[in-house]
Design a protein around this ligand. Structure first.
Ligand code: NDP
Length: 261
């Protein structure tokens, strides 16, 4: 029996919102396994910083400015990538936002904004890449979900609603397009050290740990926050031929916290 391999040689990956943080780490890991990397971000300044960071890591990434909530802009992005680089084999829907506001203090506009970026955008970008994946005969879509795809928590009503919806969109893409050799899976990161979560690790005025930081470390069997590198292996697996019969699942990469709380 031949072992299916983890190489991404010859594959083209689009990772959204990947100038830094989780998307950047995943893209770097995929590049090390042979993939050509395309990424977008919402501001030119971020794209420029991203291109420089990839260069420093020895990667020639193709960076584009694109708001993933804008369907016309996303369609134009995918057409440009297909023309300049080639048909996308791997899509990672990574761009996301969070607003930590108690539900009754949140405006409907704020709620909609989170749903727009965290749920509507993965729908828009997936819809833009699937037709070419069907023609090419294969495709991998990885949706970056969250533990909040499973849980509710104070102040994250919109985020939990969006990420819960993203879990179900993942299952639906699997059901609808699995017959075309398209696998759509999700990764549910636990609490990861990124700029998004930096405020939750800030020391208190008396030098003690932030109460949330204490909570995470005490409730995670691994007894630590995750790092962006922790997500790379699972993402490469889900992007590679090794996962060709894995479809419609969410792989939680959380140090065990979901099993414990
Ligand atoms: P961020 O969530 O801060 O950002 C990801 C990138 O997406 C940023 O560069 C951001 O730009 C960009 N972005 C935001 N809105 C748009 C848009 N409309 N169009 C294009 N790009 C956009 O980084 P993280 O690395 O923390 O998170 C990555 C993903 O992982 C997100 O989906 C997040 O929800 C998820 N996640 C993160 C966890 C964590 O602990 N950090 C835990 C669980 C899930 P800008 O900087 O301008 O906002």
């Amino acid at each position: 029996m031949e072992l299916k391999n983890f190489s991404l040689e010859g594959k083209i990956a689009l990772v959204t919102g990947a100038s830094y943080g989780i998307g950047f780490a995943i893209a770097c890991g995929m590049a090390k396994c042979g993939a050509t990397i395309c990424f977008n971000d919402i501001k030119q300044e971020l794209v420029d910083k991203g291109i420089a960071a990839y260069k420093e890591a020895g990667i020639e990434a193709h960076g584009y400015v694109c708001d993933v909530t804008d369907e016309d802009a996303v369609n134009a992005l995918v057409a440009t990538i297909e023309k300049e680089v080639g048909v996308i084999d791997i899509l990672v829907n990574n761009a996301g936002i969070i607003k930590r506001i108690p539900m009754c203090e949140m405006t409907a506009a704020q709620f909609r904004q989170v749903i727009d970026v965290d749920l509507n955008a993965p729908f828009i970008v997936s819809k833009a890449v699937i037709p070419s994946m069907i023609k090419k005969g294969h495709g991998k879509i990885i949706n970056i979900c969250s533990m909040m795809s499973e849980l509710g928590r104070e102040t994250v009503s919109a985020y939990a609603a969006a990420k819960g919806g993203l879990k179900m969109l993942t299952k639906n893409i699997c059901s609808e397009y699995g017959e075309y050799n398209i696998q759509c899976n999700g990764i549910g990161p636990g609490y990861i050290e990124t700029p998004q979560t930096a405020p939750l690790r800030e020391r208190q005025p008396d030098g003690s740990r932030h109460p949330f930081d204490q909570f995470i470390v005490s409730k995670t069997p691994a007894a630590r926050w995750g790092t962006t590198e922790d997500l790379v292996g699972p993402a490469v697996f889900l992007a590679s031929d090794a996962s060709d019969f894995v479809n419609g699942h969410i792989l939680y990469v959380d140090g065990g916290i979901l099993a414990y709380i």
